[in-house]
Design a protein around this ligand. Sequence first.
Ligand SMILES: [Mg+2]
Length: 390
Amino acid sequence: MKIKSVRARVFEWKGKTVPPQGNFCSNAMDLLYAPQETMSTFRFHSWTVVEIETDDGIVGLGNVALAPAIAKAIIDQYLAPLVIGQDPWDYEYLWQRMYRATHAWGRKGVTMAAISAVDLAIWDILGKSVNKPVFKLLGGRTKEKIPCYYSKLYRTDLNEMQAEAQKFLDQGFTAFKMRFGYGPAHLQKGVAENLKSVEAVREVIGYDNDLMLECYMGWNVEYAKRMLPKLEKFQPRWLEEPVIADDIDGYAELNQLTSIPISGGEHEFSLYGFKQLLDRKAVSVVQYDTNRVGGITAAHKINALCEAYSVPVIPHAGQMHNYHLTMSTLASPMSEYFPMHDVEVGNELFYYIFDGEPVAENGFVQLDDDKPGLGLTLKTEHLADFNIVE
Ligand SMILES: [Mg+2]
Protein backbone atom coordinates (compact mmCIF):
# COMPACT_ATOMS: atom_id res chain seq x y z
CA MET A 1 0.00 0.00 0.00
CA LYS A 2 1.35 3.41 -1.01
CA ILE A 3 0.11 6.96 -0.44
CA LYS A 4 -1.21 8.34 -3.72
CA SER A 5 -2.41 11.83 -2.87
CA VAL A 6 -2.78 14.38 -0.06
CA ARG A 7 -5.56 16.93 -0.16
CA ALA A 8 -5.79 19.73 2.41
CA ARG A 9 -8.86 21.96 2.48
CA VAL A 10 -9.81 24.81 4.79
CA PHE A 11 -13.41 24.80 5.99
CA GLU A 12 -14.35 28.39 6.87
CA TRP A 13 -17.59 28.70 8.80
CA LYS A 14 -19.92 31.36 7.40
CA GLY A 15 -23.11 30.24 9.16
CA LYS A 16 -24.74 31.62 12.27
CA THR A 17 -22.51 32.35 15.28
CA VAL A 18 -23.23 33.25 18.88
CA PRO A 19 -21.54 36.60 19.66
CA PRO A 20 -18.90 36.60 22.43
CA GLN A 21 -20.25 37.37 25.89
CA GLY A 22 -18.70 40.11 28.05
CA ASN A 23 -16.02 38.41 30.13
CA PHE A 24 -16.59 34.89 28.96
CA CYS A 25 -13.02 33.64 29.35
CA SER A 26 -9.73 35.13 30.44
CA ASN A 27 -6.96 34.60 27.87
CA ALA A 28 -3.38 35.48 27.01
CA MET A 29 -4.32 38.83 25.41
CA ASP A 30 -5.85 40.13 28.66
CA LEU A 31 -2.50 41.38 29.93
CA LEU A 32 -2.10 43.69 26.92
CA TYR A 33 -3.92 46.92 26.47
CA ALA A 34 -6.05 45.72 23.56
CA PRO A 35 -9.63 45.51 24.79
CA GLN A 36 -11.15 45.00 21.32
CA GLU A 37 -8.83 42.16 20.40
CA THR A 38 -8.89 40.09 23.51
CA MET A 39 -12.04 38.08 22.80
CA SER A 40 -11.54 37.82 19.03
CA THR A 41 -8.22 36.01 19.42
CA PHE A 42 -9.95 33.37 21.49
CA ARG A 43 -12.40 32.42 18.72
CA PHE A 44 -11.50 30.37 15.65
CA HIS A 45 -14.04 29.58 13.00
CA SER A 46 -12.16 27.55 10.43
CA TRP A 47 -10.59 24.12 10.32
CA THR A 48 -8.18 22.26 8.01
CA VAL A 49 -9.36 18.88 6.79
CA VAL A 50 -6.77 16.53 5.27
CA GLU A 51 -7.69 13.55 3.11
CA ILE A 52 -4.93 11.11 2.21
CA GLU A 53 -5.71 8.49 -0.42
CA THR A 54 -3.79 5.28 -1.00
CA ASP A 55 -3.28 3.41 -4.27
CA ASP A 56 -5.83 0.81 -3.14
CA GLY A 57 -8.51 3.44 -2.64
CA ILE A 58 -8.49 3.91 1.15
CA VAL A 59 -9.03 7.53 2.24
CA GLY A 60 -7.73 8.61 5.66
CA LEU A 61 -9.08 11.75 7.37
CA GLY A 62 -6.99 14.12 9.46
CA ASN A 63 -7.67 17.60 10.80
CA VAL A 64 -6.14 20.59 12.49
CA ALA A 65 -7.79 23.65 13.98
CA LEU A 66 -4.76 25.88 14.62
CA ALA A 67 -4.06 28.59 11.99
CA PRO A 68 -5.86 26.55 9.29
CA ALA A 69 -4.73 28.44 6.17
CA ILE A 70 -1.08 28.29 7.24
CA ALA A 71 -1.39 24.62 8.18
CA LYS A 72 -2.78 23.96 4.69
CA ALA A 73 0.15 25.79 3.05
CA ILE A 74 2.67 23.77 5.10
CA ILE A 75 0.95 20.52 4.18
CA ASP A 76 0.68 21.40 0.47
CA GLN A 77 4.19 22.75 0.03
CA TYR A 78 6.30 20.73 2.49
CA LEU A 79 4.60 17.67 3.98
CA ALA A 80 2.67 16.16 1.07
CA PRO A 81 5.79 15.59 -1.07
CA LEU A 82 7.42 13.79 1.88
CA VAL A 83 4.67 11.18 2.25
CA ILE A 84 3.39 10.66 -1.32
CA GLY A 85 4.66 7.37 -2.76
CA GLN A 86 5.42 6.02 0.75
CA ASP A 87 3.95 3.10 2.70
CA PRO A 88 1.66 4.47 5.48
CA TRP A 89 2.68 1.55 7.73
CA ASP A 90 6.10 3.21 7.96
CA TYR A 91 4.38 5.82 10.12
CA GLU A 92 7.33 6.39 12.48
CA TYR A 93 9.69 6.93 9.55
CA LEU A 94 7.19 9.30 7.91
CA TRP A 95 6.71 11.23 11.14
CA GLN A 96 10.46 11.67 11.58
CA ARG A 97 10.75 12.65 7.93
CA MET A 98 8.18 15.45 8.35
CA TYR A 99 9.60 16.55 11.72
CA ARG A 100 13.24 16.61 10.64
CA ALA A 101 12.65 18.12 7.18
CA THR A 102 10.86 21.12 8.76
CA HIS A 103 12.97 21.26 11.92
CA ALA A 104 14.86 24.48 11.13
CA TRP A 105 11.65 26.50 11.14
CA GLY A 106 9.04 24.12 12.54
CA ARG A 107 9.28 22.05 15.75
CA LYS A 108 6.27 23.57 17.54
CA GLY A 109 3.14 25.55 16.82
CA VAL A 110 1.43 25.41 13.46
CA THR A 111 4.06 23.19 11.81
CA MET A 112 3.56 20.49 14.41
CA ALA A 113 -0.20 20.93 14.06
CA ALA A 114 0.16 20.36 10.29
CA ILE A 115 2.28 17.23 10.90
CA SER A 116 -0.45 16.09 13.31
CA ALA A 117 -3.11 16.30 10.60
CA VAL A 118 -1.09 14.16 8.19
CA ASP A 119 -0.26 11.66 10.93
CA LEU A 120 -3.95 11.39 11.92
CA ALA A 121 -4.94 10.66 8.32
CA ILE A 122 -2.20 8.00 8.14
CA TRP A 123 -3.51 6.29 11.30
CA ASP A 124 -7.05 6.42 9.91
CA ILE A 125 -5.73 4.60 6.82
CA LEU A 126 -3.98 1.97 8.98
CA GLY A 127 -7.17 1.22 10.89
CA LYS A 128 -9.26 1.05 7.75
CA SER A 129 -6.75 -1.18 5.98
CA VAL A 130 -7.03 -3.88 8.67
CA ASN A 131 -10.67 -3.16 9.50
CA LYS A 132 -9.94 -2.17 13.12
CA PRO A 133 -10.58 1.02 15.11
CA VAL A 134 -7.39 2.97 15.78
CA PHE A 135 -7.55 2.34 19.55
CA LYS A 136 -7.20 -1.40 18.84
CA LEU A 137 -3.85 -0.66 17.16
CA LEU A 138 -2.67 1.35 20.19
CA GLY A 139 -3.33 -1.08 23.01
CA GLY A 140 -7.05 -1.71 22.74
CA ARG A 141 -9.73 -1.15 25.34
CA THR A 142 -8.50 -0.25 28.84
CA LYS A 143 -11.93 0.82 30.06
CA GLU A 144 -15.50 -0.27 29.46
CA LYS A 145 -16.38 3.27 28.37
CA ILE A 146 -14.71 6.66 28.74
CA PRO A 147 -15.80 8.92 31.62
CA CYS A 148 -15.90 12.51 30.40
CA TYR A 149 -16.19 15.90 31.97
CA TYR A 150 -18.55 18.62 30.78
CA SER A 151 -16.47 21.51 29.48
CA LYS A 152 -18.10 24.86 28.84
CA LEU A 153 -19.47 27.11 31.62
CA TYR A 154 -18.02 30.32 30.21
CA ARG A 155 -18.28 33.33 32.48
CA THR A 156 -21.69 34.79 31.89
CA ASP A 157 -24.38 35.88 34.29
CA LEU A 158 -24.11 33.71 37.43
CA ASN A 159 -27.71 32.56 37.22
CA GLU A 160 -27.11 31.43 33.64
CA MET A 161 -23.99 29.54 34.69
CA GLN A 162 -25.93 27.84 37.46
CA ALA A 163 -28.73 26.88 35.07
CA GLU A 164 -26.16 25.45 32.63
CA ALA A 165 -24.47 23.43 35.38
CA GLN A 166 -27.84 22.13 36.56
CA LYS A 167 -28.87 21.10 33.04
CA PHE A 168 -25.75 18.96 32.53
CA LEU A 169 -25.80 17.64 36.09
CA ASP A 170 -29.29 16.37 35.23
CA GLN A 171 -27.84 14.69 32.13
CA GLY A 172 -25.58 12.59 34.34
CA PHE A 173 -22.24 14.42 34.21
CA THR A 174 -20.21 14.14 37.42
CA ALA A 175 -17.36 16.50 36.45
CA PHE A 176 -17.51 20.08 35.17
CA LYS A 177 -15.03 22.63 33.91
CA MET A 178 -15.75 26.33 34.20
CA ARG A 179 -13.91 29.39 32.87
CA PHE A 180 -12.69 32.40 34.81
CA GLY A 181 -13.72 35.72 33.31
CA TYR A 182 -11.25 37.94 35.13
CA GLY A 183 -7.50 38.36 35.46
CA PRO A 184 -4.85 40.82 36.71
CA ALA A 185 -6.26 43.78 34.72
CA HIS A 186 -9.53 43.60 36.67
CA LEU A 187 -7.83 44.19 40.02
CA GLN A 188 -9.41 43.17 43.32
CA LYS A 189 -12.94 43.42 41.90
CA GLY A 190 -12.01 40.69 39.41
CA VAL A 191 -10.68 38.48 42.21
CA ALA A 192 -14.05 38.76 43.94
CA GLU A 193 -15.92 38.07 40.68
CA ASN A 194 -13.84 34.96 40.03
CA LEU A 195 -14.51 33.63 43.52
CA LYS A 196 -18.24 34.35 43.19
CA SER A 197 -18.45 32.31 40.00
CA VAL A 198 -16.72 29.26 41.52
CA GLU A 199 -18.98 29.46 44.55
CA ALA A 200 -22.05 29.68 42.28
CA VAL A 201 -21.14 26.54 40.32
CA ARG A 202 -20.17 24.62 43.47
CA GLU A 203 -23.54 25.55 44.93
CA VAL A 204 -25.23 23.64 42.09
CA ILE A 205 -22.94 20.63 41.65
CA GLY A 206 -22.07 20.17 45.34
CA TYR A 207 -18.88 18.51 46.55
CA ASP A 208 -19.63 14.95 45.37
CA ASN A 209 -18.78 16.04 41.81
CA ASP A 210 -15.53 17.27 40.31
CA LEU A 211 -14.92 20.89 39.40
CA MET A 212 -12.09 22.01 37.14
CA LEU A 213 -11.04 25.66 36.73
CA GLU A 214 -9.78 27.15 33.47
CA CYS A 215 -7.64 30.30 33.13
CA TYR A 216 -6.62 29.85 29.47
CA MET A 217 -3.29 31.62 30.08
CA GLY A 218 -5.07 34.81 31.16
CA TRP A 219 -3.28 35.16 34.52
CA ASN A 220 0.33 35.73 35.54
CA VAL A 221 2.29 34.10 38.35
CA GLU A 222 1.70 36.94 40.80
CA TYR A 223 -2.06 36.91 40.25
CA ALA A 224 -2.21 33.11 40.41
CA LYS A 225 -0.38 33.24 43.75
CA ARG A 226 -3.10 35.53 45.07
CA MET A 227 -5.91 33.37 43.71
CA LEU A 228 -4.76 29.83 44.52
CA PRO A 229 -5.00 29.98 48.35
CA LYS A 230 -8.47 31.55 48.04
CA LEU A 231 -9.58 28.73 45.70
CA GLU A 232 -8.43 25.82 47.87
CA LYS A 233 -11.64 25.70 49.90
CA PHE A 234 -13.58 24.94 46.68
CA GLN A 235 -11.53 21.73 46.22
CA PRO A 236 -10.95 21.99 42.48
CA ARG A 237 -9.67 18.88 40.73
CA TRP A 238 -7.23 21.12 38.87
CA LEU A 239 -6.50 24.68 37.80
CA GLU A 240 -5.73 24.88 34.09
CA GLU A 241 -3.18 26.98 32.20
CA PRO A 242 -2.79 29.79 34.75
CA VAL A 243 0.04 31.40 32.73
CA ILE A 244 1.33 31.42 29.14
CA ALA A 245 2.59 28.10 27.84
CA ASP A 246 6.26 29.14 27.64
CA ASP A 247 6.49 30.04 31.33
CA ILE A 248 7.48 26.56 32.50
CA ASP A 249 9.15 27.94 35.63
CA GLY A 250 5.91 29.72 36.47
CA TYR A 251 3.96 26.46 36.13
CA ALA A 252 6.51 24.63 38.27
CA GLU A 253 6.40 27.30 40.98
CA LEU A 254 2.60 27.33 41.12
CA ASN A 255 2.37 23.54 41.05
CA GLN A 256 4.46 23.32 44.24
CA LEU A 257 2.62 26.18 45.91
CA THR A 258 -0.76 24.72 46.88
CA SER A 259 -2.68 21.48 47.08
CA ILE A 260 -4.48 22.36 43.83
CA PRO A 261 -3.01 20.40 40.91
CA ILE A 262 -1.91 22.65 38.04
CA SER A 263 -2.72 21.36 34.56
CA GLY A 264 -1.56 22.34 31.10
CA GLY A 265 -0.19 21.20 27.80
CA GLU A 266 -2.86 22.07 25.22
CA HIS A 267 -0.34 24.61 23.86
CA GLU A 268 2.71 22.37 24.20
CA PHE A 269 4.16 20.29 21.40
CA SER A 270 6.16 17.09 20.83
CA LEU A 271 7.64 14.47 23.11
CA TYR A 272 10.46 16.85 24.09
CA GLY A 273 8.05 19.58 25.18
CA PHE A 274 6.25 17.19 27.53
CA LYS A 275 9.47 15.70 28.89
CA GLN A 276 10.45 19.24 29.92
CA LEU A 277 7.10 19.84 31.65
CA LEU A 278 7.31 16.52 33.48
CA ASP A 279 10.98 16.80 34.46
CA ARG A 280 10.25 20.18 36.04
CA LYS A 281 7.10 18.89 37.79
CA ALA A 282 5.39 21.83 36.11
CA VAL A 283 2.00 20.12 35.66
CA SER A 284 0.08 17.49 37.60
CA VAL A 285 -2.26 16.76 34.68
CA VAL A 286 -1.10 16.60 31.04
CA GLN A 287 -3.53 17.97 28.44
CA TYR A 288 -2.01 17.62 24.99
CA ASP A 289 -4.26 17.74 21.96
CA THR A 290 -3.53 15.00 19.42
CA ASN A 291 -4.19 17.31 16.47
CA ARG A 292 -1.51 19.73 17.73
CA VAL A 293 1.06 17.66 19.57
CA GLY A 294 2.31 15.62 16.60
CA GLY A 295 -0.61 13.31 15.92
CA ILE A 296 -1.14 9.80 17.22
CA THR A 297 2.50 8.80 16.66
CA ALA A 298 3.66 11.50 19.10
CA ALA A 299 0.71 11.29 21.52
CA HIS A 300 1.20 7.54 21.99
CA LYS A 301 4.79 8.15 23.12
CA ILE A 302 3.73 10.98 25.45
CA ASN A 303 1.19 8.62 27.03
CA ALA A 304 4.02 6.18 27.83
CA LEU A 305 6.08 9.02 29.28
CA CYS A 306 3.20 10.15 31.50
CA GLU A 307 2.63 6.59 32.67
CA ALA A 308 6.25 6.40 33.80
CA TYR A 309 5.95 9.76 35.60
CA SER A 310 2.59 8.77 37.16
CA VAL A 311 0.94 11.88 35.75
CA PRO A 312 -2.55 11.47 34.29
CA VAL A 313 -3.20 12.40 30.66
CA ILE A 314 -6.56 14.04 30.00
CA PRO A 315 -6.33 15.40 26.45
CA HIS A 316 -7.63 18.81 25.49
CA ALA A 317 -11.00 18.67 23.71
CA GLY A 318 -13.14 15.62 23.11
CA GLN A 319 -12.89 14.65 19.45
CA MET A 320 -12.18 11.23 18.02
CA HIS A 321 -8.40 11.54 17.66
CA ASN A 322 -8.18 12.08 21.43
CA TYR A 323 -10.77 9.47 22.42
CA HIS A 324 -8.81 6.67 20.73
CA LEU A 325 -5.74 7.50 22.83
CA THR A 326 -7.75 7.84 26.03
CA MET A 327 -9.46 4.49 25.47
CA SER A 328 -6.18 2.67 24.89
CA THR A 329 -4.17 4.18 27.77
CA LEU A 330 -4.49 3.38 31.44
CA ALA A 331 -2.65 6.64 32.19
CA SER A 332 -5.70 8.46 30.83
CA PRO A 333 -8.62 8.31 33.27
CA MET A 334 -11.13 10.52 31.45
CA SER A 335 -11.82 12.81 28.49
CA GLU A 336 -12.82 16.40 28.08
CA TYR A 337 -16.21 16.81 26.43
CA PHE A 338 -17.35 19.85 24.47
CA PRO A 339 -21.12 19.73 24.03
CA MET A 340 -22.59 20.41 20.60
CA HIS A 341 -24.28 23.79 20.33
CA ASP A 342 -24.49 26.82 18.05
CA VAL A 343 -21.08 27.97 16.80
CA GLU A 344 -19.48 30.16 19.45
CA VAL A 345 -15.79 29.70 20.33
CA GLY A 346 -15.13 27.26 17.48
CA ASN A 347 -14.44 24.02 19.38
CA GLU A 348 -17.91 22.87 18.46
CA LEU A 349 -17.20 23.12 14.70
CA PHE A 350 -15.89 19.54 14.86
CA TYR A 351 -19.52 18.40 15.09
CA TYR A 352 -20.44 20.44 12.00
CA ILE A 353 -17.59 19.10 9.84
CA PHE A 354 -17.51 15.42 10.85
CA ASP A 355 -20.01 12.64 11.38
CA GLY A 356 -19.15 9.97 13.91
CA GLU A 357 -18.14 12.10 16.90
CA PRO A 358 -19.73 10.31 19.90
CA VAL A 359 -22.35 12.08 22.00
CA ALA A 360 -22.01 11.67 25.78
CA GLU A 361 -24.56 9.57 27.61
CA ASN A 362 -24.74 9.84 31.37
CA GLY A 363 -21.27 11.38 31.47
CA PHE A 364 -19.58 8.72 29.31
CA VAL A 365 -18.61 8.37 25.66
CA GLN A 366 -18.26 5.05 23.91
CA LEU A 367 -16.13 3.90 20.99
CA ASP A 368 -17.31 1.21 18.61
CA ASP A 369 -15.19 -1.98 18.44
CA ASP A 370 -16.28 -2.52 14.84
CA LYS A 371 -15.82 0.94 13.31
CA PRO A 372 -12.51 0.94 11.40
CA GLY A 373 -9.99 3.80 11.57
CA LEU A 374 -10.87 6.91 13.55
CA GLY A 375 -14.56 6.41 12.82
CA LEU A 376 -15.18 9.78 11.17
CA THR A 377 -16.67 10.76 7.83
CA LEU A 378 -17.19 14.20 6.35
CA LYS A 379 -20.62 15.58 7.09
CA THR A 380 -22.75 16.85 4.24
CA GLU A 381 -25.53 18.41 6.33
CA HIS A 382 -23.79 21.77 6.95
CA LEU A 383 -21.71 22.07 3.79
CA ALA A 384 -23.67 25.11 2.59
CA ASP A 385 -22.53 26.98 5.72
CA PHE A 386 -18.85 26.61 4.88
CA ASN A 387 -16.61 28.38 2.43
CA ILE A 388 -14.22 25.61 1.39
CA VAL A 389 -10.75 26.65 0.25
CA GLU A 390 -8.95 24.06 -1.92
MG1 LIG B 1 -8.02 24.41 28.26
